[in-house]
Design a protein around this ligand. Structure first.
Ligand code: FA5
Length: 357
């Protein structure tokens, strides 16, 4: 190989990669093109390999050219991949959009149809699949809880002002306010940590889906009976970056790369630091609408690093272990995934809605 003619052939290589990348239309296409233009057997890789036969001066010059070519090709691939993902995720969202238009008279279903799982159950299953794919186990806990598991062990002692964050349904049992319908899935974290600590089964990487209850007035984004999925990781050397990365991977996997997510500082008594996790409202695409109270953003859940007081309540050694936790609304995820303007349709049993899923 000689230095003469090196530049045109590298230019040619970039040009033909550019043509192939621009011609790609689907995720499968772009994957195949990526292998062809920058994979181990691509002309680019072969050109790199042949540098060994060049003189040191030539190697330096041509090596630089080839590195520039590689970063240009990778940039082109990245851009095209993002465009394709955005188009595909928009198309998937569009296909899932709920249609609440009136039934055409005369199309009433006469024969009993075959039933199917509700949208919320299917959303829970889909969310579980995403987290299981990321290495989490699935656990469950009771819906009727004691004050200790729902509040006390979570660093919310009686009369703590944070109790006001959860309007609670209490059971009519003695002593008063000792037993309740869980207001969130966070008590399952406590049960899991207690069990794992007692049995010497740390670390923990688990998600805990389930039904929750609050004396919330139903509106476009709230129900009195709703669902959350809790996440908990307790391991050595866990940092906020692990939490942020997990949420990012989850959002991209569940909502698609097109949806923007952000973390905002927040307060929860059982995590420190804490954050709220929001995505662009899928109803108005961020422009502001009734569903998102004109903010353009929808809160999906809360998260943060497990507070040392919580580890102390379950006897976990904070010298060795650290962890993060999160809790998302499953109904909220379904609402955003399927662009449902008002969450109350999830409970109304309107056959026009149910049959769409
Ligand atoms: C909690 O319940 C915390 N336990 C979350 C958490 C877990 C924080 C672990 C830190 C660590 P919050 O009250 O914000 O936080 O509820 C979390 C999510 O549940 C909300 O963002 C929303 O998506 C959903 N949610 C809450 N209340 C309702 C409701 N009434 N109807 C439907 N979804 C709701």
């Amino acid at each position: 190989m000689t230095g003469r003619g090196a530049e045109p052939d590298v230019e040619l290589l970039v040009e033909s990669a550019r043509d192939a990348i621009e011609a790609a239309e689907t995720s499968d296409d772009i994957r195949a093109v990526a292998t062809a233009v920058s994979g181990k057997r691509s002309p680019l890789a072969l050109a790199h390999r042949s540098l060994g036969a060049c003189s040191p001066e030539e190697r330096k010059q041509r090596g630089q050219l080839l590195n520039q070519a590689r970063s240009e090709i990778e940039g082109l691939l990245e851009r095209r991949r993002a465009q394709i993902e955005a188009v595909e995720s928009r198309a998937a969202m569009e296909a899932d959009r709920a249609d609440l238009s009136e039934l055409v008279p005369g199309t009433v279903v006469t024969a009993p149809g075959r039933g199917h799982l509700s949208l919320v159950t299917r959303t829970r299953d889909a969310l579980e699949d995403v987290f299981v794919g990321m290495g989490f186990e699935v656990a469950e806990g009771p819906e009727i809880e004691t004050d200790w598991y729902n509040f006390g062990a979570l660093n919310i002692p009686p009369a703590h002002p944070a109790r006001g964050m959860w309007d609670t349904f209490y059971l009519d049992l003695d002593p008063p306010e000792s037993t309740l319908l869980r207001t969130h899935t966070s008590p399952v974290q406590i049960r899991l940590m207690e069990g794992a600590q007692a049995a010497g089964r740390l670390p923990i990487h688990a998600v805990m889906p389930g039904r929750c209850y609050r004396r919330d007035t139903p509106d476009a984004r709230h129900l009195a009976v709703f669902h959350q999925v809790e996440g908990l990781v307790v391991d050595e050397g866990i940092t906020f970056a692990d939490l942020a990365g997990t949420i990012e991977v989850f959002t991209a996997a569940y909502f698609g790369a097109d949806i923007h997510a952000r973390l905002r500082p927040a307060y929860f008594p059982f995590t420190e630091p804490s954050a709220e996790f929001e995505i662009t409202c899928t109803i108005c695409r961020g422009a502001g609408c009734r569903t998102c109270s004109q903010t353009g953003w929808i809160e999906l859940g809360g998260c943060g690093m497990v507070d040392p007081a919580v580890f102390a309540a379950v006897g976990i050694d904070t010298e060795r272990w650290s962890g993060f936790a999160f809790g998302f609304g499953i109904d909220r995820c379904a609402q955003m995934r399927h662009q449902i303007a008002d969450m109350r349709v999830l409970t109304e049993n309107d056959i026009r809605f149910i049959r769409q899923f």
